[in-house]
Design a protein. Structure first.
Length: 68
């Protein structure tokens, strides 16, 4: 039962993160964040998010490169 609960919490957090990412991809949200945070901080956060995405995707990309 504990494993199921942990799995459901992870699924909910993943869905929440995906929804937030989709909202932040809109141009209006980008402009608002850029205005609130300033250029340097916004670009630093954006670089860290892209790096995190690359780190999470490298095993999948590695396997895809090995497949014919």
């Amino acid at each position: 039962m504990k494993k199921l609960r942990k799995f459901l919490v992870l699924v909910c957090l993943g869905c929440l993160g995906y929804g937030i990412a989709k909202v932040l991809e809109t141009d209006e949200a980008k402009e608002t964040l850029f205005g609130l945070l300033g250029e340097d901080l916004y670009l630093a956060i954006q670089d860290k998010v892209y790096l995190l995405g690359d780190l999470l995707m490298w095993p999948i990309d590695f396997v895809r490169a090995l497949l014919p």
